[in-house]
Structure formats: C-alpha cells, structure tokens
Design a protein around this ligand. Structure first.
Ligand code: NIG
Ligand code: FE
Length: 421
C-alpha cells in the first residue's frame, strides 16, 4: 500500500483547477478559493482535493496528516525562465551599472554575458553543478518546485554540452525539477566578433546536430531552443534561422524578445508557434495583438528592469486586456537579475506592472506551467497531477505579493515528499 499524505484545514486552499488550458483575461483572476480545504496525496500524485471533512473521510485512517489551520495551501511555483546554471558572479558589473554604464554597453565591450561565459568555460562540471545547486536550494525554499534552466554560457559545442549535462545532473539529484533549454544563441562569443552569421552557422550546423546525435532531443517532452533576439545579439533573420532549424529537429521554441529594442521577435515567435515569448518589455501593440490571438504564452520578467535599476516594465495590463496568456518568471541570471524568489517577482508584478495578486499567482503557477508545456502535469492542485504544493505561513494568498523581503513559504511538498520545512 503506497502511503498517503493529507494536508488539511487550510484557511485558503488554492487549487487553481484549469481544465481549459492557460488562463487569459478575467480567468487570470479567478481563484475559486476553497476555505477549510484539504488535499490528499498518494505516492507522487494528488488523489483528492476539496473540503477538509470530505477529504479526511475518504482518505482513511492510515494517512499521514498535516494540519494547515490558519495557512494557505497552494501549488508549487513554476519558474519558466531562468539562467540558473552558471559559474561565478558579476557583482562588479552591478556596481559599474549603478555608476552609469549600461547593460548592453558592458556586453559590447566584451563583459556582461561574456564574463560569465569565461567563468563557466573555465569551471569543471562538478564546480558548475555545486554552485548552481545552492541556487536551486534557495529557489526551492522560496517555493519553486519546477524551473526552466537555459544553457548559453558555453557558446561553443563542448561547453554548451557541459551545461546541458549540468542541468541533467541537477535534475536527477535535486528535488526541484529542471526543464532544459538550449540557448546556444545567447551572445556572440569573442572568437566570432564581427562574424555573427558564421556563429549562427555553428549553432545550426554543428551544435544542434550534435545535440540530436547525443540524444538530447529524444526526451518527451523534448528540449526547448531559445534565442536572444536583440540589437547587439541576434537579428530577427538570424533568430528565424535558428528557431526554424530547431523546429525542423522537433525542438520546442522560446525567444527572448523586446527586452530593450523591439525587432519583431514576438511576431516571429507567433509565426513559428513558439511555446513562449519572453521579456516583452517594449513590444508594439500589433505584436501584443498577435500574441493575444495565439497559443504562445507571454512570459513577463519584472525582476530584470528592477535588477538593472531601469523602468522598462512590460505593459502587463494592456497585454491581459488584449488576451495574452501571461506568465511570470524570475529570469534568474548573474547579470540582469540575480533573484531566486518567485514571491518577490509577484510583489514587483503587482507594483510595477499593475497586476492583481490573484493574476500574479495564476501567472506564477498554472500559466507558468503552460509556458513549459507542463500544464497537464504541474501548476495546479488537481487529481492526477504531481503533488507539488506549498504551505504558507500566512492566512491569505495576497500576503505573497503584499509582504516582501521575507520568505512566507513554510513548507514545500515535492512529488509527495516534504522536502523543505
Ligand atoms: O534574460 N538578455 C539576455 N539574457 C539574460 C541576461 C543574461 C546575463 O546577463 O547573464 C536576460 O536578461
Ligand atoms: Fe533570460
């Protein structure tokens, strides 16, 4: 008999049942809070959700019981855009930026992403895994139970493979589930300066076939491919070449678009049927409309302008009004946003992008799951889904966005096991 776990008597149980796919418009705010709610888990799956009395009666006497009186019980956060795997840090660039240097100027001068590329190339696999594991520990403590993880600090075949291997090892032995994304086109490495098309050829003609040959595309669901579509990084045409090839190989698609300049990357994402388009800080109205009429999730990253001490936040209100299925993510990375906390991102989303606490919550759970193609598996507390849930040390979900700078996540259950308390 597989042991049962019941979490009961929650002041607010946020199941966020979403049988119709990603939430848009008014649906982003609908929480259907269950008061005095409970959830029963068997093995790694949710088997019952509802009223405490009913769930306890059905679960039987042998269940292990956790009393969540006065607390919120909700799905684990899904963080659908991170660069969590890297070596070193860029604290000195943070200080330079505070004194006036811009992020893209530092990159153009050979620093920025390239600094982290040098550190990541120089570090052994074990070192990268050890440094990244500490960040995953903190993400888990702040309630993230599934996170995307991008490559993009290798920028040559050997080191991009090393990053994918680090992600695989961490997924294997850390409680947090990692969803890998190949971001070979994150920046133009120094050895290809002035020869961007040649670097794109390397990505398309060498790196991607090697990924396929090594079996990285054989998993179900398969690897994501992402591109940094930006002035000073990759143009729309170069992004198209990379993403079209990825699609041909059966990969799923993502894009960094409109972080600083609008080049047309969001329209490209919609055209190619990308799973998500991310950043969207300066997306033109026509492209917001395209996004709102598509299945592509808009992943908003308010930690990035905050981390850069800039004010180009995404127009989330307009996007929601225009039907975009928005999600939130940390964008955790050593350059623009060294943030491991989804609740802090929610706090920013409410203050800087005008989202309501309920919208921010849905965008950080079920919609974030859809941004990884995992809407059927995580992101809500529904029978049959993976038992990833949080107990908050607060009586009301709004505290997540209302309070900030302290961690309200009291306990994390990951795949049916208590992993952080
Ligand atoms: O999403 N803009 C591109 N990539 C990251 C930053 C990575 C870095 O600076 O190391 C971002 O902001
Ligand atoms: Fe990013």
């Amino acid at each position: 008999m597989i042991p049962k776990l019941v979490v009961h008597s929650a002041n607010q149980l946020l199941a966020l049942a979403s049988p119709d796919g990603p939430r848009r418009g008014q649906e982003l705010r609908r929480l259907d809070i269950i008061e005095d709610g409970a959830v029963a888990i068997q093995g790694d799956r949710i088997v019952l959700v509802g009223d405490t009395r009913e769930v306890l009666a059905e679960a039987g006497e042998d269940a292990n019981i956790i009393d969540a009186s006065g607390k919120v019980v909700m799905p684990g956060f899904v963080d659908p855009h991170t660069h969590v795997v890297f070596a070193g840090d860029r604290a000195s660039e943070f200080e330079m930026r505070l004194q006036g240097a811009s992020y893209m100027d530092i990159l153009a001068a050979g620093g920025g992403i390239m600094n982290t590329v040098r550190a990541t190339r120089a570090a052994g696999l074990d070192e990268i895994v050890a440094q990244s594991r500490q960040r995953l520990d903190r993400m888990l403590a702040h309630g993230s139970t599934t996170v995307e993880a991008k490559t993009g600090y290798g920028l040559d075949t050997e080191n991009e493979l090393k990053m994918l291997e680090a992600i695989r090892l961490l997924d294997e032995d850390h409680p947090v589930d990692l969803v890998p994304t190949f971001l070979g086109a994150h920046a133009i490495p120094a050895e290809y300066k002035g020869r961007v098309d040649d670097y794109v050829s390397l990505v398309v003609e060498e790196m991607m076939p090697v990924l396929a040959a090594k079996g990285y595309l054989d998993h179900d669901p398969t690897l994501f491919c992402d591109v940094f579509c930006e002035e000073g990084a990759f143009s729309v045409e170069q992004s198209r070449r990379i993403l079209a090839k990825a699609k041909e190989l059966g990969m799923r698609l993502k894009i960094h678009s409109d972080e600083f300049k609008a080049l047309g990357g969001t329209a490209l994402a919609v055209e190619l049927g990308a799973t998500s388009a991310d950043h969207l800080a300066c997306t033109p109205d026509e492209e917001i409309e395209l996004l709102g009429n598509s299945d592509t999730i808009g992943v908003l990253l308010p930690g990035t302008p905050f981390g850069l001490a800039e004010d180009h936040y995404s127009p989330a209100r307009k996007m929601i009004d225009m039907g975009v299925a928005v999600a939130l993510a940390t964008d955790l990375n050593p350059g623009t946003c060294y943030c491991e906390s989804m609740p802090f991102i929610m706090a920013l989303a409410c203050r800087q992008m005008g989202m309501t606490p309920s919208e921010a919550l849905v965008a950080s759970t079920i919609n974030a799951a859809h941004a990884l193609g995992l809407g059927h598996e995580v992101g809500s507390l529904e029978v049959g889904k993976k038992a990833d849930l949080l107990i908050l040390d607060s009586p009301d979900y709004r505290h997540l966005a209302y309070r900030f700078g302290a961690n309200l996540v009291q306990a994390v259950v990951k795949a049916g096991r208590m992993v952080s308390q």
